[in-house]
Design a protein around this ligand. Sequence first.
Ligand code: ADP
Ligand code: MG
Length: 564
Amino acid sequence: EAHKETLGFQTEVRQLLKLMIHSLYSNKEICLRELISNASDAADKLRFEALADDAMFEGDSSLKIRISQDKAARTITISDNGIGMSRQEVIEHIGTIAKSGTRQFFDALSGDQAKDANLIGQFGVGFYSAFIVADKVTLITRRAGLTAEHGVRWESAGEGDYTLETVEKAGRGTDVILHLREGEDDLLDSWRIKSIIKKYSDHITLPILMQKEEWDADKQENSITEEDETVNRASALWARPKSEVTAEEYEEFYKHVAHDFEAPLAYTHSKVEGKQEYTQLLYIPARAPFDLWDREVRHGIKLYVRRVFIMDDAEQLMPRYLRFVRGVIDSNDLPLNVSREILQHSKDIDSIRAGSVKKVLGLLDDLAENDKEKYAKFWGEFGKAIKEGVGEDHANKERIAKLLRFASTHADTAEQSVSFADYIGRMKEGQDKIYYVTADSFAAAKNSPHLEIFRKKGIEVLLLSERVDEWMLSHLTEFNGKTLQSVAKGELDLGKLEDEAEKQEQEKEAGEFKALIEQVKEVLGDKVKEVRITHRLTSSPACLVADAHDLGGNLARMLKSMGQ
Ligand code: ADP
Ligand code: MG
């Protein structure tokens, strides 16, 4: 029985479809890229499952993608013999969006077409981009390992709903048939399709086949022959020498592995030889993904072993604070049957990870040094994640500390652009500490009464106002031998920055105000630990200070708000 049913799209899918069609219209070529990218992922997944069970190949292990056109029917078909999908998988993957970051994405939409087009790109255009050029899409698929009568036919006009039907499908894998919209006939030209494939999908490691066309002298036109030709280069891009890969190729490959729409900010490609042999091609995205702050965020590294795809989302290959890095690591030494469990306890993986972290930090050092503008962009997107690294990656703490950027009283703006080195370069004669203040907003930090004396003396103070700052500071107590000192903690000892006259003045005052202090203490009772005369202030009458070893005021407030 065909068991045909009509199902409604999830509301989010409907909304996404509408947005996609309207705001990505000028990028219509990308739908081919997305569908080819899915076909390639499907082949990777099949290869991986077949490692454990060779029968998955059903005797056909030559994986490929085929693109064909039917000028009369005005359709383009993208076929693969990859993993395919079961009926349930079609419902889960094609009818719903289950990605983390979905809510943040919809919250961020503005209604402005240009802006929203960018957001969709960031979120991932994927399968639905087919509807940019097609007013009907048919997907026929069969999961590898299921028998021919378990094929599934999915069809939709990209509006409210889709139909599902059980069909026979002899070969495993997926065919996606695009019924072109009026006016999209240029896509029926095979020369045009080939040029799109060359531009966007040359890096795909499977062969992308099309039927060869030949000039027919009798008919005076091109006609399709029975012969196939491979349109793409079909070799693993990361395995090629750097000198033979162009910037455009690196960029397109990034868009495929990262499921991103925008070009990457930077990348590093290298082959490591020695005890462990592996190739790494790692990218820094231009923008933070929507789910960067989700607990269950996916990591972005694909693991290959000798060109065979092993897994996505290999979190053992990159520490949590570098979870935004995307790319490929291809090992020559790991066994093909590695599992996540094995990865967790593998010394080889530990050394690959350490090497990869070094590469990424090196790439960031290089940007910070040589391309300040790019680095500023990077910091704006990922600075908070890098701050987590101070506590998470002890081996690289010093290096990470060099990458940190702060707002400070020097420019007095919220822009985080001051490095520790910049700060130290501006330190006053006799200053031996790096001063900072923490608060829960930039305005609160900037207007803190604790800064008064520092402003008066022209001493720069770092202004910290992100949630992660206090935590970071609990792991970072000095930089290059200079202690980090909160201006709001303990006795304020400006050391050599105070002159003799000031010190004598202070002692004199301490005597004069003794009675007042006693009285304030009595009134406040055990609300405070101590009341002191201070010279921190120039215009405010009083301020609260934490003891040198107590929690900072901001952290204390944060813990209290979390009910601790
Ligand atoms: P993404 O590729 O980022 O996961 P897509 O919208 O492109 O998002 O695809 C959604 C899901 O649909 C894929 O993750 C995959 O599970 C499934 N899918 C799409 N195309 C294919 C295909 N050709 N073969 C098998 N599964 C597919
Ligand atoms: Mg996809």
